[in-house]
Design a protein around this ligand. Sequence first.
Ligand code: AMP
Length: 269
Amino acid sequence: MAAIAERLRERGRRIGVVPTMGALHEGHLSLIRRAARECDAVIITIFVNPLQFGPREDFRRYPRPLARDLRLAASAGAAIAFAPSAAAVYPPGFQTRIEAGRLGTVWEGKVRPGHFSGVATVVSILFNLTQPHRAYFGQKDLQQTLVIRQLIHDLGLPIALRVLPTVREPDGLAMSSRNRYLDGEARRRALALWRALQAGRAAIRRGERRASRVEAAMRRAAVGARVQYASAVDAGTLARRPRLAGRTALIIAATVGNTRLIDNLLVGV
Ligand code: AMP
């Protein structure tokens, strides 16, 4: 991979990278299409990263439809797919970690200890191997985008970060590889997250500025799902402020049956 990236750079090509865990859907494809418009060569990485899964999480059962992914990625405009094995990325003796800092310890990082260290570590490796000029991530994983932004800044990486909007199903459910786990009844209940975000946004649009009231509206609307957190926070820092001001992110994590889902919505206040 590094040799290919080097050759592309020697020929003056602008490289765009789209890191994914595969099981591609329209959300991923929107990133690839945008990268293909803005770059000369798009590299999609497909790697279910063991380092970012907790011991009781879905690493083993995470879907891995590689042949289908390669077809979809190519048709969306990816020139190269890098799908290494876990042993290639983490050979025996591997022990280095990138720590994400404060942004890695709140919200998702609190519920999933070590998750963002796993993300920051693998993304650093993938950046090094693919040598991108631009990297494409989805707003669907808002906290992840902030961790990566900080990583790029703190390590002085010459990479432009592109964050693209969340692609949703027609009824509002954010597309996710984990939606495959949802059967009929759970699929219906999964809409609770989108309903909660809309309820929070409606409260803000009615003039509500107390974070606690906005959060109460979100929780009330989230019937059918078991909410882990539902909060109104600063969109740049994810810090909770009692009174909302500026760019606000409504964030939610909830489980539906055995499936854990996250979503978010940005609202100007
Ligand atoms: P994943 O394969 O879940 O690790 O996601 C790979 C990339 O696709 C990440 O940058 C995600 O934020 C992004 N992504 C996942 N779902 C969506 C979506 N529904 N809309 C836009 N981007 C997404």
